[in-house]
Write a protein that binds this ligand. Sequence first.
Ligand code: DGT
Ligand code: CA
Ligand code: CA
Ligand code: ZN
Length: 577
Amino acid sequence: MENREIARMLAETADLLEIAAEDSFRIRSYRNAAAAIEGCPERVMDILKNPARKVTDIPGIGKGMAANLEEIAARGSFERRDQMLAKYPPTALELLKIQGLGPKTIGLLWEHYRVSTIDDLERICQEHKLRLLPRLGAKLEEKVLRSIASYRQRAGRFLLSFADEVAGELVRYLGETPGVDAVTPAGSLRRGRETVGDLDLLVTGPDAAQALDRFVAHPEVSEVLGKGPNKASARFGPQSIQVDVRALAKESYGAALQYFTGSKDHNIALRARCLKLGYTLNEYGLFRLDDNTRVAGESEEGIYRKLGLAWIPPELRENHGEIECAAEGRLPRLIEPEQIRGDLHMHTVESDGRAALEEMASHAKALGYEYVAVTDHSKALAMANGLDERRVMAFAEQVRELDQDALGIHVFSGIECDIRKDGAMDLADDALASLDLVIGSVHSYMNQEAAEMTDRLLRALECPYLGILGHPTGRLLLAREPFAFDFERVVDAAARRNVWLEINSSPERLDLHDTLLRAAKARGARFVISTDAHHPQHLLNMRYGVTMARRGWLEAADVVNTLPLREFRKQLVARGS
Ligand code: DGT
Ligand code: CA
Ligand code: CA
Ligand code: ZN
């Protein structure tokens, strides 16, 4: 069993304990243990099976939790979890994914109406029975019905990072098949969409069909949905993501890659252009309409070229004007991951991060960066051990005294300062002034009305020390909608005050995202791409942020942390005045 699965078991148990309204201390201990295991660089199973080791050596794992882990190692579950699963049906956990419905309410709905599925819940709301329960009202019924609709829309989709990991594993595995030359992901994953429905893998080589047999024989394939001479579909891995694998002839590889990369809208628009030019395009190639001769198909470039177009990066293929731009030679020179020179949002053990400043900095240096900003939480996030003014000043002093030459990377002192309910910053001016860089972020009261949230953000943007607006929409992919506010007014104010907008690369956030980035750029905003790392490994998420920037048509010049240290420092000084 992998760490991810063990962590999921513990987190689910915490959820069920919460539905049962049990002791909050105990619930937290399960959540902490889940986080500790998720972040543990070693396989916990290996530690458990090694008599010379103790799981209690993992920070965050106490004696009680160790007993649970030993039970998991012995029989795949533990008593507390079994008890809770016997008390509530497993479908109850799904109810937690409905926004606006806390565990207490779920417990109540179970007690009174035996609500255990989303369908049950929908019925109870439609029959106006939820409002009959203590402290619940008609407004909540409406909200829950809306949340159910949005849940159904996103159900069955996966985070880009997850899809990317699974694809990486399968590309390696299928690539080892004799007679296979290349395995390439297509579909929404290749376009870098922030969530992915299913994986589309293309295989070429003299004996590409072999890869289909090897695919369905993979030990993690749980259900084969179909298999023919050129295509196999199956559910894969613990989350049962669907994977479509297609075996292709070399001469149609480009055509298939183009076709299965999509998007559907891009392909429709492209086919319309083909017809105007006297061609027809399908997954086998580009053909002349009059005599059916094939004129391209081996490479994507060849197809686009025949159509009078520059090759279009997959991230742009959403039919948002890219075909017109490609025809006129006006495609942007999209930012590349190698152009990023520093990471400006990360947490350390000072607040809720898992590593010390020096460790984060040395990992960042190993990635080739010239600089980082260390930005722990501010005091409003008490649960995350956020810094108060005194600790902020001490931290700024500590960074000034660092031997930066020895570290080999420049460290800027920073903070992720909470933007309070009314738009005030969570820290006094003199503390903010002592730092090199201030990120302002909203982490609370996200249900405010749009007008109130807009005012809150506009007020925060007035703070002379604010450098970056962190994860500006607050969305959590597949879990929480962005909060409501007047995006254009906020962007205009940010542009005027030269406050940079963050592209948060954390796979759950990817915030800002494509359409908003493009709109913000058009209004004169500038951007930074940061990881919000809470662990050295998270620094690698930068590429997802870069993908999002590319989907937003951004070039290196739009992104401030592509600047070399000297230039970047000048920008900081300029915005400080
Ligand atoms: P997803 O899987 O929902 O995240 O999105 P995609 O874009 O990967 O969609 P998918 O897997 O249904 O199809 C892969 C590509 O195949 C899609 O982007 C475009 C291409 N395609 C072209 N024409 C069609 C069509 O008529 N039906 C489908 N399903 N796909 C088509
Ligand atoms: Ca797909
Ligand atoms: Ca598909
Ligand atoms: Zn944050």
